[in-house]
Design a protein around this ligand. Sequence first.
Ligand SMILES: [Zn+2]
Length: 287
Amino acid sequence: MLHAYWAQLMRTFVRSQLGIMVFALGLCSASSLFINAYASEAYGAAPSNIKEHLDRLVLAYPNTIDRHDGKFLFMKNGTRFPISDNKTNKTFDELLAKPDIDDMFYVPYPAGSEPAQPARNSDPGRVRFEPLFVAMYGDCTKHEAVKNLRTIKWLPKHVGGSVTITRINGVDKALEAVSRELDELPNDLIKYLKPIAGTYNCRAIAGTNNKSMHAYAAAIDINSKFSNYWRWSSGSKRAPIWRNQIPIQIVHIFERHGFIWGGYWYHYDTMHFEYRPELLPSKGSAG
Ligand SMILES: [Zn+2]
């Protein structure tokens, strides 16, 4: 009787140990799958159509960029920047913090497409090779960017006030053209556009050391009341849940004049538009 009891106890013990082992093995392989999924995210390789992107980059800034030869980007003032740092194993954080020129094109900007939850870490335009933008617009911490500011009227038909924006690369003229078109929109869309939340601001992007496009006076935030921002998302910091209230008609108008929209980013900022014509289909092209 006692023997049977011990035998039963041993069987139960072995079974439960086996259960724990199987469970632990399962947990290990699940977590290694999880780790592998993140480890396989290596950034830094140039996209296969990099030449096309570089051609477009030169065309986008005819006043400041002279040419490229595939290895270097030559500025009109004589400085040159290497296209690649030859690193192809960057983490996403490294891609953002220290990109080279080809990294700026790591994902295509979905111009004109229906807004929707972007793919993981798809932030077209959010990766910027800072020395290029400083060379074009000036370093705001040295009071260079401020010299190029111009004040323009914003939505004059709707008394939108005025905004200051850079003159470099004709961003002021582009924003005036945007304002003229927005001014013709139906009244129910005007609430998204005024009061604006800001243009020039010599600051780094929240949580980083990188300069925001606002530091170059080449970006505008429309009415913050209807804005959604990934850092305020109900999801986690690693997996923000995408939200947007900005109507697509507004996005189309900005894009027509060289501005990209922060609503197409995984790390979204839906009130944000910045002048990045190199990411948009060039004017007159089929795209
Ligand atoms: Zn902004």
